[in-house]
Design a protein around this ligand. Sequence first.
Ligand code: GDP
Length: 327
Amino acid sequence: MPRAFVTGITGQDGGYLAEQLLAEGVEVHGMVRAGDDDAVGALLGRSPDVVLHEGDLGDAERLGALIAQLKPDEIYNLAGISSVAYSWKEPVLTAQLSGVAAAVVLGAAWRLQEDTGHRVACLQPSSAEIFGDAERSPQDESTPVRPMSPYGAAKAYAHHMSGVYRGRGLHVATCIFFNHESPRRPLAFVTRKITAAAARIGADGSGVIRLGNLDAARDWGWAPDYVDAMVRAVRHPQPDDYVIASGRTHTVADFAEAALRRAGVGDSWREHVEVDPAFLRPADASTPVGDASKAREVLGWEPTVRFEELVGRMVDHDMELLRRSGR
Ligand code: GDP
């Protein structure tokens, strides 16, 4: 049975990945932080067969020792700071956890391979944020890396280190992910913030969603599709970089409209949206839109859930949560 090691297993993507790998019969090991009890409880509720190890991305020695001891066949390094907004508040921590920690993981995988001859395949999730204010649209694997946020800069370093270790003989694939969402998205992300609020507004008939830049646009896809791309990428015989995106861009206002309509607010949706400068960013990537042709051709990957369906699933989930909580 192949063995996978997943950092960030309690996150949105980690949870979906654990489910997919376990269903395939893979032995799944994950690293979790001490005290992350709620997230661990939720993960074990859905995937009781994962094997968890305590560790911290900031503890390079422990991380390296875990990889040496587990001798995984596949490593998915999903842990790190995942919110661009938060990265502006904690740029140094973001560099450590989303940048330097990737070098620790890759270094440990390379050392394991060198010392024991055990082949390790690594997946490093990159991000559209590495392109920053991209000079070309749509963005593909050859688009210049020019980040504009602390998060983008940290992910760019990890992306470059993936190429460095690939050149050194380690099997490292990257997925350059555009935004990918699901009902498991934390509220710090605009999509879930909107769907949770829309569900409440739908139930009460009143209330507003306070948002930053309504014209900000994103290429939003369905998280489980993106997780599936990682598995395809890491298992392809030739490790490479793949843009994973829906290829369609919508604005924050489009998202709010679709969510409020789904919640039953109809044409009056605009009355339930307010701009609050507190949510504006120092800089925002212009209009990301990804070209996933290479993933389509080489990996046979296709997004299965489009924008309207994605919004619908998230709103329905939040309405169901409200019903269950008795409101
Ligand atoms: P990101 O692309 O990883 O930063 O994901 P987010 O969901 O945090 O943000 C997506 C876009 O929504 C960005 O361009 C934000 O500037 C924009 N946005 C507008 N209003 C809000 C808000 O209230 N909260 C967040 N998180 N983002 C907002």
